[in-house]
Design a protein around this ligand. Structure first.
Ligand SMILES: Cc1cc2nc3c(=O)[nH]c(=O)nc-3n(C[C@H](O)[C@H](O)[C@H](O)COP(=O)(O)OP(=O)(O)OC[C@H]3O[C@@H](n4cnc5c(N)ncnc54)[C@H](O)[C@@H]3O)c2cc1C
Length: 398
């Protein structure tokens, strides 16, 4: 008899949501996290406001986490606009009629993490092993095990790694990943402004940098600026007034007087796609499986989707009286996960290349792309449905 049915490594948002979904199936789950318990019980503000799709909202509702958020902490995005350089041409996305009230919903990352932990901590099926790092992993025909730096061996029928895009456990399992260092850094910070954003998200490509405004409730926004990594420090060192002036000019004073609020956070960007999602009694989820460029806001949405696909496969396997760590079950997960994530991973990287390249051919190509997309309803519908569809064939939601 094993101590746990499943061992999850990493108590980031992907690991916590997987542990919760497994607990809901009645599986005894150990979650190992190298950081001390306070870091995920009371996570600090990290500047990230996560755009969640309608499908992610549904998954978080099923996990009992969405209900935990204060309504005031959920900012709907009802429209999205893409603005290209100096040109007036704008690509606009409105919400799909009658399906949902918004294109997406913004919730701060620390609140998502806190909500996931609070709900998970109340589940008797979940054991937290905090402040303990996984230093080695092994698996055989019957068991998967994680060796912790305390010397303890934690064993289960399946080991799930959600230990970030630079996953050491992925390496320990001998799984390679395609890494794309973008040479860019993402700066995130909040701003207040005079004129309303009407809950519209703006993505603005000009001056060799990209700039997004994500509408928080009230006269506030989350600003996301992508700059070449070598220039990032100069934006971090800039005075609040100088930074506000840069943003106001880029948005052509559309929002009136703007002011920087609070701290700035910097995230260097690397895209990651694991070559395999599974090994013997082993599965990868979250950024450890697919680490997206944040521009299309799919990172945690894919983390939620990946764990939901894995848990759906496990549920089916249990119903059929099978083994949750079997090669057959894991192969099903891998196929469905790849099908759900690969096209958008490749499309996002292509978009990033196009929009962060200021050469004349790239400018021409993206102007043509925007013009075409704006007049080609099926393309727009596809993009909007990817943003907001509550489920697809990859994931039947109960
Ligand atoms: C600026 C920015 C904006 C973003 N915006 C969006 C957005 O709008 N929408 C969206 O969907 N996504 C967005 N994302 C992506 C999203 O934040 C990530 O996809 C998500 O946080 C990844 O969660 P995770 O649990 O997979 O990994 P992580 O949050 O990296 O967690 C991994 C955990 O594993 C632990 N760990 C690592 N190694 C070990 C070990 N050996 N033993 C034990 N524990 C270990 C770590 O301590 C950590 O707690 C954004 C990201 C950035 C940087």
């Amino acid at each position: 008899m094993l101590d746990h049915d499943v061992v999850v490594a990493g108590a980031g948002p992907a690991g916590l949501s997987a542990a919760l979904a497994l607990a809901k199936l009645g599986l005894r789950t150990a979650i190992v996290e190298r950081q001390p318990i306070e870091s995920f019980a009371e996570p600090k503000v990290d500047g990230r406001d996560i755009a969640l799709t309608g499908r992610s909202r549904q998954i978080l509702t099923d996990l009992g986490v969405w209900q935990w958020f204060d309504a005031a902490d959920i900012s709907p995005i009802t429209t999205a606009r893409v603005v290209d350089g100096e040109r007036p041409g704008i690509l606009q996305f409105d919400p799909p009629p009658a399906r949902q009230d918004a294109l997406g919903y913004l919730v701060s990352n620390h609140l998502i993490r806190r909500g996931l932990y609070q709900v998970a901590a109340a589940r008797p099926e979940i054991s937290f092993l905090a402040g303990q790092k996984v230093t080695d992993v092994r698996s055989d025909a019957a068991t998967a095990a994680a060796l912790l730096d305390s010397g303890e061996l934690v064993r289960g029928g399946l080991l799930v790694a959600a230990d970030s895009r630079f996953s050491e456990i992925r390496e320990m399992m001998g799984i390679k990943a395609d890494m794309t260092p973008f040479g860019k850094t993402m700066l995130v910070f909040h701003m207040t402004h005079e004129r309303p954003h009407q809950q519209t998200a703006y993505e603005c490509f000009n001056y060799g940098h990209t700039l997004a405004l994500l509408p928080l409730n009230g006269l506030r926004s989350s600003i996301v600026m992508t700059v070449p990594t070598r220039q990032a420090q100069s934006f971090i060192d800039m005075s609040d007034e100088a930074l506000a002036a840069v943003v106001m000019a880029r948005f052509r004073h559309r929002f009136g007087q703007m002011a920087v609020e609070g701290k700035r956070f910097a995230y260097p960007l690397t895209g990651v796609y694991a070559r395999e999602f599974v090994g013997r009694r082993f599965a990868l989820i979250g950024d450890a499986a697919v680490g997206m460029h944040p521009v299309t806001a799919h990172g945690f949405n894919f983390g939620l989707l990946g764990q939901a696909i894995l848990v759906d496969v496990i549920r089916q396997t249990l119903e059929e009286g099978g083994d949750i760590g079997s090669d057959q079950a894991l192969a099903q997960f891998a196929t469905r996960h790849r099908r759900a994530t690969r096209p958008l991973y490749l499309a996002t990287n292509a978009l990033v290349r196009l929009y962060t390249n200021d050469s004349p051919p790239a400018r021409l190509a993206r102007t043509a792309l925007l013009a075409a997309a704006n007049h080609f309803a099926p393309a727009k519908r596809l993009i909007v449905s990817r943003l907001g569809e509550p489920g697809d064939d990859a994931l039947p939601i109960a």
